[in-house]
Design a protein around this ligand. Sequence first.
Ligand SMILES: [Zn+2]
Length: 307
Amino acid sequence: MPLTLPDIRRNCAIARLRMKQARLEHWAFGAFNLDDEATLKAVIRAAKTKNAPVLVEVSQGEVDDIGLYNIRDMVDNFKREENVEIYINLDHSPSVEDAKKGIEAGFEFIHIDISQSNHDATDDQIINATKEVVNYARLTGASVESEPHYFSGGSNVFSTNIDYDEIKKTFSTPQEAKKFVDATKIDTFAAAIGNLHGKYPVPKILDLDLLQKIRDAINVNISLHGGSDTPGHYFREAVRIGVSKVNINSDMRYAYRTTLEKILKEHPDQYSVAKLISKDVVDVLTKVVESKIDDFNSANKAIKPNN
Ligand SMILES: [Zn+2]
């Protein structure tokens, strides 16, 4: 059943409040990428077991594949049936038009990122697109996230090592963060402090001193993209410093594929692949989500939507 505008506004108001609480109480929302029903099920199950508030997020690829309103309905059905605290983030929305559609569909969080589809977008283009989305989001109260320039990597497994000298050139700076937040009035700043999209042969290193400086420079929520393959102690420190949202995609995709390959080999006569996925793959994905929830200190922080 589609949400009414008052429903959407209520959800967005609660989501805003909860982000504020997360920062004050030093825990973060895991924002887990939703690829299909199996990944959603794993997130719901982990959220329920851990009594944790969660976000699920979709990029334009999943939006094109599943449909904005199907995503909203699937999440809302599980939310009602399982009584879990869950919100939806539109991740890396490539254009103002797409971001507006996400706002209209009742997504509580909107990440506008025109630099993902156009790496050469100018500072002014990025600021103007972000401002337009911030203004449109007043319709529902959705929270808007953005960053001043292109954030590298991709949602995949890479065989190349991480060249930290190159990556450091793209780190956020406190001055730049403040300037961008002041110019755009965003709700959440996506910081680059060593986090990187994708999985690599070596674990990631986060610059927590830089994170603290950014935290001191701006008074909005901070998110970390590219959270996969990051040693848990970095997250525990980042959450203590004041990160309120961490995006996880590649760790789940890696677990999904490797588990599926393994069970297909073990069950050569089973042609209901969906059956194998809904059991073995969901079990493994649930464990991935649960371990992130522990790292983000969000276990036992949920409020029950049906109560
Ligand atoms: Zn991202």
